[in-house]
Ligand binder design. Structure first.
Ligand SMILES: O=C(O)CCC(=O)C(=O)O
Ligand SMILES: [Fe+2]
Length: 279
């Protein structure tokens, strides 16, 4: 190049949806190595996922929308406010869950919720998994845990695919119609000093059906540090297990490690040796 700099040209992968329409066999970049291949069917969960009826939370109406106050009113042909309203409602659920988690950890009820100030972020990810001719070799979403504090996922109500790792076994997450899945993210793992774990999960593909999901990630202010809360660190009984990390650096770390096939939580874990130095 004129400035003497040599660029590495990285070919941008095509949109998977377009690929799926035109190929019989996914290209090699999508095929996982033999030892990491997904068994298409995971195991059944040993016990049911607890389902909490939150219908009372949704009983009020009209938030954030052009409220319907009369039958003669002209309405918008537009669903613009739906995602905003959904985000706010899911945040209410997040607050409920955080209050309960705080109590379980022996903290005051508002301890975790209060960490979410006006700069706290919500990221929405819409996942679309086209049909895949080789579900035995190709992941919809590689194994990972979420960088959020709490994630709320609206999973497809007719096609399964989400699997959860527990003690080395991948379990199928069952479809519960009209239910939201609440997942604890790595943020809780770090803040709870490892008492809760951000579970590993992945999505397997399906040869017959496409699948969709919507994940809402609730994180702290990107500039805020994630670290074990002092009340859950005890130098003798439960030494600090994670180093301090800025929320935004942790989120960036997730994408870097996902690309490499490693886990971001491992980058902030304090090994036993290091623990002696830190404490
Ligand atoms: O598609 C799903 O069911 C899960 C999606 C997920 O884990 C994610 O977006 O982080
Ligand atoms: Fe996830």
């Amino acid at each position: 190049m004129a400035d003497g700099h040599h660029w590495n040209i990285v070919k941008i992968p095509p949109i998977v949806q377009e690929l799926a329409a035109g190929v019989h066999e996914p290209p090699s970049q999508y095929m996982v190595g033999e030892k990491d291949r997904p068994a298409i069917a995971g195991s059944d969960m040993p016990e049911p996922i607890p389902v909490v009826d939150l219908s009372r939370l949704f009983a009020s109406n009209g938030y954030g929308n052009d409220m319907v106050v009369s039958e003669k009113q002209i309405l918008n042909w537009c669903d613009r406010d739906v995602l905003r309203e959904y985000t706010v409602r899911c945040r209410e659920i997040t607050s409920l869950v955080l209050k309960k988690l705080a109590k379980l950890l022996g903290l005051s009820e508002g301890y975790l919720v209060d960490m979410f100030d006006e700069k706290a972020m919500t990221y929405a990810r819409f996942n679309y998994y086209p049909r895949c001719p080789r579900p035995d070799n190709v992941f919809g979403l590689k194994p990972h845990s979420d960088a959020s504090v709490i994630t709320i996922v609206a999973i497809d109500d007719s096609v399964s695919g989400l699997q959860l790792l527990r003690q080395g076994v991948w379990y199928d997450v069952p479809i519960v119609p009209n239910a939201l899945l609440i997942n604890v993210g790595d943020g809780i793992e770090i803040m709870s000093n490892g008492l809760f774990k951000g579970p590993g999960h992945r999505v397997v593909t399906n040869a017959e059906s496409e699948r969709v999901s919507l994940a809402m990630f609730y994180t702290l202010d990107p500039e805020k540090e994630l670290e074990p809360v002092p009340e859950l660190v005890d130098d003798e009984k439960r030494p600090r297990q994670y180093v301090k990390v800025k929320t935004k650096d942790y989120v960036t770390g997730l994408f870097e490690t996902l690309a490499r096939g490693t886990r971001v939580i491992d980058t902030v874990k304090i090994s036993d040796n290091l623990n002696e130095i830190v404490s």
